[in-house]
Design a protein around this ligand. Structure first.
Ligand code: ASP
Length: 439
């Protein structure tokens, strides 16, 4: 029989109505055996997430302020859910324990993690599933990095003991027994780890949108939803600013070849987006368009640069010395451009220019800021003719000056550099060119 691991985000578990929807979704498919919840999220736009309230408690304690009154808001959130679900169970002991533990200096991560922990206990009781505390199955190493090996083997053995279980997201334990969390949004990672340890057939990630959009809805009105995207395409798009899933959630399932399905709790009938290891067919040439502002380019010129062996290496060594990573290297015969995040240059500009001057004696070196990168991503572009022409024509037609072009040899992406001020216009032009009439 199939096995699915299902993760529900905070907005999917914000109140009792959402808990009921979640239970319906889980019960609708017997393959949905392991459940990873987030902490209760926002119920309305200016509501506060429980995780943020817990961080706030921690800050208050640090300033020696009394948290009793504020903590009552957290108590109300959980007891409200329990009451509205018609459950008879009393959580006051747990809630009191957490408050006292926080007061006794258990730390920032402990405070934040209790959002998932308490929500997991309620959800497990409501579903009639076992509760596996993430503290007993998710491990970090002494240096704070994630302990993949121990987690995978302990988690795998623990899951084998349970037909159904709830494992709270977002946290694990350090070798000394203290609680540590992943970065914000980290329940996605827990879901991915559980899916791998369970050798799941599918990792369903339930949120409040019906999958990935082909472009940022703040720039494009009602962009199409992506039906199928490969891990590599997703990596390109997320790197360029598209977000739905925590970036680190991809790796565990990707290596295990487990697909991820992004679904909408409020619209369970929608198929959402499937993230798959590989896909042969593509219904569209492009899968998505994304981009970021805030790049700079270091332009270096030197006569006969192309025949000077080691020139590029020496330039890049300078960046390495200053602990800077670069994004692209658009180059000509006697020119070399190094594209990087403007923020990486902060406080280092003059030193870098001086160091490059010393290392390769160029004829000229300048730094230009204010660049944006737009990535056109799609497995449908591999071997298809005219894709780059189409993208560039769209940008040209919109009267936008192209500052840089880069196509990776994998052919799944074309990167176009434009002025920051032309960024949104370029995304619209490219989206319309490929998807016009298809909205
Ligand atoms: N509750 C945590 C956060 O708000 C983790 C998560 O929801 O994934 O970041």
């Amino acid at each position: 029989m199939q096995l699915k691991v299902v993760k529900f985000g905070g907005s999917s578990l914000a109140d009792a109505d959402h808990f009921r929807q979640v239970a319906d979704i889980i019960k609708a498919d017997p393959a949905r055996r392991y459940v990873v919840p987030s902490a209760p999220g926002k119920r309305f736009s200016d509501d506060v997430k429980v995780t943020d309230m817990l961080y706030h408690c921690y800050e208050m304690i640090k300033k020696h302020e009394d948290i009793d009154e504020y903590y009552q808001n957290i108590v109300d959130r959980y007891t409200g859910i329990i009451r509205d679900l018609g459950m008879s169970f009393d959580m006051s002991g747990e809630l009191e324990y957490v408050k006292n533990a926080m007061k006794h200096g258990t730390g920032r991560d402990y405070a934040a993690s209790r959002g998932e922990y308490l929500n997991g206990i309620i959800l497990a009781k409501y579903l009639g599933f076992a509760f596996i505390d993430a503290e007993s199955v998710i491990f970090f190493k002494e240096d704070g990095s994630f302990d993949e090996e121990t987690t995978n083997s302990v988690l795998r053995e623990e899951l084998k003991k349970h037909e159904h279980a709830v494992i709270p997201g977002f946290y694990g334990v350090m070798p000394n027994g203290t609680i540590k969390t992943f970065s914000r949004g980290g329940s996605d990672i827990t879901g991915s780890l559980v899916a791998r340890a369970a050798s799941a057939d599918l990792y369903e990630n339930w949120t409040d949108v019906s999958g990935f959009k082909m472009a940022d809805p703040r720039i494009i009105d009602h962009p199409c939803t992506i039906d199928v995207i490969t891990y590599r395409e997703l990596r390109e798009l997320s790197y360029m600013g598209a977000t739905v899933l925590h970036e680190d959630a991809i790796f565990p399932v990707r290596y295990a070849g487990i697909p991820i399905n992004i679904r909408n709790t409020n619209k369970p009938e929608a198929p959402g987006t499937m993230i798959v290891p590989s896909a042969k067919d593509a219904s569209q040439i492009i899968t998505g368009v994304a981009g970021k502002k805030g790049f700079s380019v270091i332009n270096i010129e030197k006569d006969m640069m192309n025949s000077e062996i080691g020139f590029g290496r020496r330039v890049l060594e300078v960046l390495e010395d200053y602990d800077i990573s670069f994004e692209h290297l658009p180059s000509g015969i006697d020119t070399m451009g190094v594209l990087l995040n403007t923020s990486a240059l902060e406080g280092k500009r003059e030193k870098i220019i001086a160091a490059i001057n010393r290392r390769v004696s160029p004829d000229s070196i300048t730094i230009e800021d204010g660049l944006a990168l737009v990535a056109v991503v799609g497995r449908g572009m591999v071997k298809a003719k005219g894709c780059a022409a189409k993208a560039l024509r769209a940008v040209a037609k919109a009267d936008i000056n192209i500052r840089m072009i880069d196509q990776g040899s994998s052919e799944i992406n074309i990167i176009i550099g434009v002025e920051d001020t032309d960024f949104e216009k370029a995304i619209r032009a490219i989206y319309d060119e490929f998807m016009g009439g298809n909205k």
